[in-house]
Design a protein around this ligand. Sequence first.
Ligand code: 13P
Ligand code: SF4
Length: 333
Amino acid sequence: MANATVSLPAGVDRFPTREQSPKGNLDALSREILVLKRKLNAVILAHNYQVPEIQDVADYVGDSLGLAQQAVRTSADVIVFCGVHFMAETAKILNPGKVVILPDRDAGCSLEESCPADQLAARQAANPNLYTIAYINCSAAVKALSDVICTSGNAVKIVEAAPKDRELLFVPDENLGAWVMEQTGRPMTLWQGNCYVHVEWTHGVITRIREEHPGAPLVAHPECTQAVRMLADEVCSTEKMIGYCKASPAQAIIIATEIGMLHRLKKECPDKDFIAAPTEHCKCNECRFMKLNTLEKLYDCMEDLQPRVEMPDDLINRARAPIERMLEISARP
Ligand code: 13P
Ligand code: SF4
């Protein structure tokens, strides 16, 4: 248990969930979280896909790259990571001496699941000339086997910096990998993984929404398939979407990425209209892993200092080198 104690309102033995809670209760819970944060000397880092009320209490909201950079910079004793597990794991790898907690340990990622470390090790053993570039959406064990890590925000730069005399293996997202190949012209072998959310958008459904809003540009995440990316005016990471939308003269913009992004976009560009690209099936643009985190679980994890991200020192040390290589390349002009 944490040393900090926060009392619930009289007559209440547990904070309500988002579904049960009137807005006033959420506001009360947010205030308690901020009190706990000060007592713990904690920093709350949240991904752009988190529910609005979590984004609103966070110290920093951003993409995977920005979150990793913030994790390096923080002087807080406790990192409260509101995102999915691999993101919190990355923060721990960069801060082995700090307590790193997350609201729900089960917040996984379909890309991480698609690349078991033993299968990657077998592929590498069969070809010693492989240079492995791993998208940050993978386990610590896969990071430890990789030469360098990338995010959607810096993948082009990382691939351009890869040694010219090595064969490139890109894991685990075949769509991001294909997009980077288009941008760089550098051939790569692509691991056959994908994001179960981003592959839901199809050429047909995106064509229809574009026809309904002829003046609205389309911004898509590179985890979308090539059939969707080819229809986009801009393909970029979630953080770069903010910059594109701020700079765009368009009044309305269609967004093909996880639905949580719209809260951040509306806050950053209050005068613009954002249209969530629809999928063929309802609610498929919501990542079930990202949405496991709720304000109530955030409060609980800060009160209990659990669940914590823990890893053996040896794994942390092996996984840190390719992440640091990424941060160093990323910082180059
Ligand atoms: P970003 O780094 O662009 O935010 O992407 C993370 C992610 O998981 C996209 O599905
Ligand atoms: Fe993973 Fe896709 Fe969810 Fe991003 S949106 S965390 S890639 S499952």
